[in-house]
Each structure stands twice: as C-alpha cells, then as structure tokens.
Design a binder for this molecule. Structure first.
Ligand SMILES: Cc1cc2nc3c(=O)[nH]c(=O)nc-3n(C[C@H](O)[C@H](O)[C@H](O)COP(=O)(O)O)c2cc1C
Length: 313
C-alpha cells in the first residue's frame, strides 16, 4: 500500500479523494453503494442561511460528454443541516465539509459563523460562483474585488480550514486565486461548472428552464486541468482539483498538474461506487510507478525541455 494521506492546510485526509458538492447529497444517500469511511472527505451540497427551493424544472440536461444543470442551490438551510442532518452524519469517521453558498456577504457570514461553532466540522468550502444580488447579480467569483471581499468577511469569523471554490467563468483564474489567497483562504478548489446552454431544435426551446446552466463532466476536464496547472504556478496554498474526473487516471492527471486532492462530481451519477475505485486506482498507480507517497505526485508533471509556454494556438 502506498501512503495516500494528504493535507489541505490543517485538514488531514486519509486519501485525496473527496466528493464534489451537489453530486453526492449528504453522503448517506450513497452509503448502500460505497463504504463512506473509505473516502478522503465528503463535501455536502450547497448550504445557504435559509431554505431555498431551487429553480423550476427542467433543470438538468445531458450534453455531449457532459451535463448541464441549474438546480439553483435547493436546500433546507443551515439550521436544518445542523439539527437534522449532522447528528446522523457524526457516526462516520471521515471529515464532512459544508459547501457554503449565499446571495449576499451577510448570508455567507451567517452560515459560516454557525459552522465555526461545530467543533467536529473541520472545514468549509465557500462557493463563490453564486450571484451577488446586492451588486447586480454578477457572481462573487468573477471579480477579484468581490471574491476577496467575501473571502475576507468569512475569514474574519471562521477559524478552521477555509477552502474557496473558484468559478471558471473568468478570463484569468490566476487573478482570482491570488485575490482569495491574499484575503485569507487556506486552500482553493477548482473548477465549478462552466456556463453553457442547450437547445431543442424541434421545439425551438432551451432545454433548461433557466436557459443557461452549469456544464460538468468529461467535457470540462481539459479546461479544469489547464486552470489547476495555471493556479499551481500562481499561488502557494494547496489546490483541490475538480472537473470531469471519471476514473483514477483522470484524478492522477490533476495531482500531476498541482492538485493536493481532488473532488469527484458528475461521475457519481454514472457509477455510485466510482470514488472507491478511484482510491484503489491511485494506489495501484503509485505502486506501479514506485511512488511511496501520493504527495510525491503533486505537481510532478514533467515538462519536456523543448516545450514552449505559449498561449497562441
Ligand atoms: C447537479 C449538480 C449540483 C451542483 N451543486 C453544487 C453546489 O451546490 N455547490 C457547488 O459549489 N458546486 C456544485 N456543483 C458543481 C460540482 O461540485 C463540480 O464543481 C462540477 O460539477 C465539476 O465537477 P464534475 O465535472 O466532476 O462534475 C454541482 C454540480 C452538479 C452537476
């Protein structure tokens, strides 16, 4: 067995495989399929300060090598999580990380403050892809100023591991990564879904009620890998890689590009046991390639000497 342990700031993980928010419920829904205690951590669905109904149906559509969703943060709010869900999750031996979402900075702060007081919950993941309603609806994560402001406001009241989840719907993700690092994030996770659209030519209507939605799955993997690699050059805090990870080889590619851990999203809908297979596959890869520790894979990409770093295609 290779040493699969990894660390995200103060958060110690038994292996680098986590579940991506919104694709694995609260974890317990998958307990019949996969031994939850094997996972690195579970990131629960987006949680807001008050209950949200989400967007009208249809809010999911299949696309080539991916899917579009506009679920819209449907959840029962942080108090429901703390009083009704968390007591059931405590029996598992792995870390649970709450994905914190909001429409205003005050909402993020309110939710994070409540989670700060629950000792056994070691980290939060701040979803900054949400629209900022007080500032015209542009997502917090698409401007350095707004991303830094929400991160700093949460940092001031949240004293455990603060992961900020970056939006890929920006021109230069390294600027946003630097802004949240400067505002006190302990780690970044990337990427959230890419804004996309699907149309039914016969009815001449969009496939989603919201017209546009978030694209996930294998279609986004090359973009996610590129962004992880770029962010790895730009910041010093740990990176969690997300986007189209369908198997262990995909996960290893993210580690090589600079991620210290990874999250599996859409793949859980296709194979609910995939996280367990990815853990085994990472171990096999380490053994086959004589890596005694998974940490040695992080950023171990080999760049051939003649490679030119250029942005023109
Ligand atoms: C149905 C669905 C719901 C999601 N809900 C959330 C959410 O609540 N918060 C969040 O930060 N990301 C959410 N995401 C984004 C995923 O966590 C992940 O970043 C994205 O799907 C890319 O990874 P993948 O290609 O492995 O699915 C959601 C994705 C899907 C498909």
């Amino acid at each position: 067995m290779a040493n699969l342990t990894t660390q995200i700031h103060r958060l110690k993980l038994q292996n680098p495989v986590m579940t991506a928010s919104g694709t694995f419920g609260y974890g317990e829904e998958f307990a019949d399929f996969v031994d939850l205690n094997r996972l690195g951590a579970i990131i629960v669905k987006g949680t807001t300060s008050t209950e949200r109904e989400g967007n009208p149906y249809p809010r999911m559509a299949e696309t080539a090598s991916g899917m579009l969703n506009s679920v819209g943060l449907q959840n029962k709010g942080i108090d429901y999580f703390i009083h009704d869900i968390w007591p059931r999750l405590k029996k598992y031996k792995i870390p649970f990380i709450v994905n914190v979402s909001g429409s205003t900075i005050e909402e993020y702060v309110e939710t994070a403050e409540k989670l700060n007081s629950i000792e056994e919950l070691p980290a939060i993941e701040l979803n900054i892809s949400c629209p900022n309603v007080k500032e015209g609806g542009m997502a917090f994560g698409t401007s350095c100023t707004a991303a830094a402001k929400v991160t700093k406001s949460v940092r001031d009241i949240y004293h455990k591991t603060l992961i900020v989840k970056l939006s890929p719907n920006v021109t230069d993700i390294t600027e946003i990564a630097r802004a949240v690092e400067g505002a006190g994030a302990d780690a970044v996770s990337l990427i959230n879904t890419l804004l996309g659209m699907a149309i039914d030519a016969n009815s001449r209507k969009p496939l989603l009620s919201t017209i546009t939605g978030g694209l996930s799955g294998p279609a986004i993997k090359p973009i996610a890998l590129r962004m992880v690699w770029q962010v790895f050059q730009a910041i010093k805090i740990p990176i969690i890689g997300i986007g189209g990870i369908m198997n262990a080889t995909d996960a290893i590619e993210f580690l090589l590009a600079g991620a210290s851990a990874i999250e599996v999203g859409t793949a859980n809908f296709i194979d609910p046991t995939i996280t367990s297979k990815i853990i085994d596959g990472i171990n096999d890869y380490c053994e086959r390639n004589h890596f005694t520790s998974v940490k040695d894979l992080v950023g171990a990409l080999i760049i051939p000497e003649q490679t030119v770093d250029m942005n023109i295609s």
